[in-house]
Design a protein around this ligand. Sequence first.
Ligand SMILES: [Cu+2]
Length: 177
Amino acid sequence: MSNSSRLQLFIILAIIAIFVPSISAVEYIVGDESGWTVNFDYQAWATGKEFHVGDKLIFKYPQGVHNVFKVDGGGFRQCTAPAGAEPLSSGNDTITLATPGRKWYICGVAQHCEVGKQKLFITVIGKVLSPASSPSPSQPQPPPPSQNQPSGASTVTSAASGFGLMFLISTSVLGLL
Ligand SMILES: [Cu+2]
């Protein structure tokens, strides 16, 4: 009896270990208690933080006082938003970091960016434990197989190997029962 409940616990832990890394996204309130405002050192705020794909940035400010434009490196340096771009302006703007790489955000109100330094630059790190989605350039690519593979093949393989692992754990546990 206690032996089987121990096995059940093992199964639960195995499932948690597999699925927890994909759901542990962090929500960052930009500027913490200060929120999104002028005369705050956002680079100092970002220093030492690790931003990962799936994490969220939350820009908090009194609605109408500030806004948020996502810009490129040039827009960040010159405090200019792309022509025709619509800013986020709810006062509680959540941005999910969907892709790795460098991200730049500015306030487009008056001279807040130029004079008030209301601008944020971060680097988003890709998901850990996803070799299928980020092949290492140092590793030589294997030659393509003779038969045509659908474009989604690597994703399917990754998912299949995950289920394969689950299957392996399940069967080994069942074998012990
Ligand atoms: Cu502003």
